[in-house]
Design a protein around this ligand. Structure first.
Ligand code: VG1
Ligand code: CO
Length: 543
C-alpha cells in the first residue's frame, strides 16, 4: 500500500447548496470530481490526525464506489479511524447519531436525499461536524474555496474494503470499522419514546403502513417498528434500499408517495400511514384521507411533546424555517417558549440546538426533528406520532382536528416549478426584489401588505448573517406569500412558492387547501409574474 499524490485541476460549480453538493451521477463519475471535493473537505478540516470520521450513505447508485474512494483518501490523509455503515448504508439521522455517540470529529453523508437515483439520477456528498449536524456556511464556503484552487489530491492505492463484513480492517495506518447501520440509532429511539405503550398499541390490533420508498429508512423502520415494537410483518413496505429507489422519486409527499395516499384514501386503509425519503430524514404522516401538513405536524408534536419520555420535562423552544407555516409559533406562544425563524436548511438549527435555545425544529418540506441529533429525522417523527396515538388513544384525524380547534388552522401549500430556465427564474426574483419597497401598504383584494422583504437571518448564537434567503410578502392578518429558488436541484432552477393563510373559525377548518389559498395564489402571480416569466402554466408539484 502506498500513498499517492495525484495532480488535478479544479471543477467549476462545487459550491454546496442547501444540503451539500448535489449533481448528476454522470458529473460525479468524471475522474477527479469526487476526489477534488473530498480533498477540499480535508484541506478545510484542520487537525483530524488520528481522529474518527463516520461515513455512509443512502445506498443510491455510486454509493459503494464513492465510499471506497473516500476511505482510501481518508487513509492517505492520516485519519485515525472511519466508522462505515454495513453495506455503505447509514441514514442521515443515523450518521448524526453515530457522530455524537462515538464522539467523532465529523462525518460524510453520501446522498442526494429526495432527488431520484440511478445511473441517470443524482448523487450528493455532505460534511457534518462534531455536533452531528450539517457543516455551517462558513465551513461549506471554505470547502468551496479550496475546490477552486486545489492542484492535487492524496489517495492510497489500497484495494477495496469488504463493506458487507462487520468488523475492523486497516488501510495504511487507518482503522476501518464496518458497523451495524441501525443499532446505535435504534437504541437512541428506545430511550426517547414509550416503546411499551407502542408495543401495546400494536398488540391491540392497531394497523400501520410505513412506505420506505426503496430508500434508506426501510432497514431502520423494519428493525424498530416490526422488530422492536412488534408490528406485524408487512407493516413496513418497500423496505429494501435500491440503487435507483425502484425508479421512483424518494420524496414522501402526497404526489410521490401516491400509492400510500391511495391506500389511506381507500376502503382498506390502515389506522396510520407514514413514509420517509431517500436518506431517511424526511417524513410524511398520513391519517385516513388526511395527509398531515408538515408544518402542522411540527406544531402538533410541540403541543404534545410531553407524552414522550424523552420530552417529559417540556421543550425549551421551537425553531422553524422561514417558509414553514406559523402554526408552531402559536404553540410556542401558548407554551411560553421562544420560536425561532431560520433560513431553509437544517444547518441553521445547529447553533440553536447546541445552545439549548430550541428543542424541536421543523421545515415545511416534510422535515421534523429535535435536539436528540442535529439532522431532521424521519423515523423519529413517525415514532413520535405512534407514541402520541398510543398515549391518547386518538386517531391521526382526531389529533389534527383537536389541534386546529384549539389553535386555529394555518392553511398551507407549496407550489414547485421545477427545472425552469435558470436565467428566467433569476430575472423573476430580481424583478420581485426590486418591487419589494413599494409593496408595503398596498392592498390586494381583502389583503393588505404589512411587510415585504428578502429574508435576512442573524444567528442569535454566533451572530453570523445570512442574506437573500427568500422573498416574503406578509399580509396584515399574518397570511404570507414566500418565493425562493431551491438550493438542492440539479437541473436549471426550481422556483418554490409558499402560501399560508390563518383561519381561526372552526366552521371553516375543512375547506379545500387550494381553494382556501386561491386569493393568495392570484396575488403571488400578480406581483411575481411567475407563470409568465417561466413560461409555465402550472406548477410541477403541489404539496
Ligand atoms: C429543500 C427543502 C429544505 C430542505 C432541503 C434538504 O431545499 O426545501 O427545507 O432542508 O431540501 O432536504 P431547497 O433548497 O431545494 O428548497 V433533504 O431531505 O433533500 O436533505
Ligand atoms: Co432527505
Amino acid at each position: 500500500m502506498t500513498i499517492q499524490t495525484i495532480a488535478t485541476t479544479p471543477f467549476a460549480g462545487q459550491r454546496p447548496g442547501t444540503s451539500g453538493l448535489r449533481k448528476k451521477v454522470t458529473e460525479f463519475q468524471q475522474p477527479g470530481y469526487l476526489e477534488n471535493f473530498v480533498e477540499a473537505i480535508f484541506l478545510t478540516l484542520g487537525d483530524f490526525q488520528g481522529r474518527t470520521l463516520v461515513l455512509g450513505g443512502d445506498g443510491r447508485y455510486f454509493n459503494r464506489q464513492a465510499i471506497q474512494t473516500i476511505l482510501r483518501m481518508a487513509a492517505a490523509h492520516g485519519v485515525g479511524r472511519v466508522l462505515v455503515g454495513r453495506g455503505g448504508i447509514l441514514s442521515t439521522p443515523a450518521v448524526s447519531c453515530v457522530i455524537r455517540k462515538r464522539a467523532a470529529l465529523g462525518g460524510i453523508v453520501l446522498s442526494a436525499s429526495h432527488n431520484p437515483g440511478g445511473p441517470d439520477g443524482d448523487f450528493g456528498i455532505k460534511y457534518n461536524i462534531d455536533n452531528g449536524g450539517p457543516a455551517p456556511e462558513k465551513i461549506t464556503e471554505a470547502i468551496y474555496e479550496h475546490t477552486t484552487t486545489l492542484t492535487s489530491y492524496r489517495i492510497s492505492d489500497a484495494g477495496p474494503v469488504d463493506l458487507d463484513q462487520p468488523g475492523s480492517i486497516r488501510i495504511e495506518d487507518m482503522e476501518v470499522e464496518v458497523i451495524d447501520s441501525v443499532a446505535d440509532y435504534a437504541e437512541l429511539m428506545a430511550g426517547l419514546f414509550d416503546f411499551d405503550a407502542i408495543r401495546a398499541l400494536f398488540a391491540r390490533g392497531f394497523t400501520m403502513r410505513f412506505d420506505g420508498m426503496y430508500a434508506v429508512s426501510g432497514p431502520y423502520a423494519k428493525a424498530i417498528i416490526e422488530g422492536m415494537l412488534g408490528a406485524p410483518a408487512g407493516t413496513v413496505i418497500n423496505a429494501e434500499p435500491l440503487e435507483d429507489f425502484g425508479g421512483h422519486h424518494p420524496d414522501p409527499n402526497p404526489v410521490n408517495a401516491a400509492e400510500l395516499i391511495a391506500l389511506m384514501d381507500g376502503p382498506d386503509a390502515p389506522d396510520f400511514g407514514a413514509a420517509s425519503d431517500g436518506d431517511g430524514d424526511r417524513n410524511m404522516i398520513v391519517g385516513r384521507k388526511l395527509a398531515v401538513a408538515p408544518s402542522d405536524s411540527l406544531a402538533i408534536i410541540a403541543a404534545n411533546a410531553t407524552v414522550a419520555p424523552g420530552y417529559r420535562d417540556g421543550i425549551k423552544g421551537i425553531a422553524r424555517s422561514m417558509p414553514t407555516s406559523q402554526a408552531a409559533d402559536r404553540v410556542a406562544a401558548a407554551l411560553g417558549v421562544s420560536c425561532f425563524e431560520t433560513p431553509t436548511g437544517w444547518k441553521y438549527f445547529g447553533n440553536l440546538l447546541d445552545a439549548g435555545l430550541a428543542t424541536l425544529c421543523g421545515e415545511e418540506s416534510y422535515g421534523t426533528g429535535s435536539a436528540h441529533i442535529r439532522e431532521k429525522d424521519g423515523v423519529w417523527a413517525v415514532l413520535f406520532w405512534l407514541n402520541l396515538i398510543a398515549a391518547t388513544g386518538k386517531s391521526v384525524n382526531e389529533i389534527v382536528q383537536a389541534h386546529w380547534a384549539r389553535f386555529g388552522r394555518n392553511y398551507y401549500s407549496r407550489h414547485d416549478y421545477e427545472a425552469v430556465d435558470a436565467a428566467a427564474a433569476n430575472a423573476m426574483m430580481d424583478a420581485l426584489r426590486a418591487k419589494l419597497p413599494s409593496l408595503a401598504g398596498q392592498t390586494f383584494g381583502d389583503y393588505r401588505v404589512q411587510l415585504a422583504d428578502d429574508f435576512t437571518y442573524t444567528d442569535p448564537v454566533d451572530h453570523s448573517v445570512s442574506a437573500r434567503q427568500g422573498v416574503r410578502i406578509v399580509m396584515t392578518d399574518g397570511s404570507r406569500i414566500v418565493l425562493r429558488l431551491s438550493g438542492t436541484g440539479t437541473e436549471g432552477a426550481t422556483v418554490r412558492l409558499y402560501l399560508e393563510r390563518y383561519e381561526a373559525d372552526p366552521a371553516r377548518h375543512d375547506l379545500d387547501t387550494q381553494d382556501a389559498l386561491a386569493p393568495l395564489i392570484a396575488i403571488a402571480e400578480q406581483v411575481s409574474a411567475l407563470k409568465q416569466r417561466t413560461g409555465r402554466a402550472e406548477p410541477t408539484v403541489v404539496t
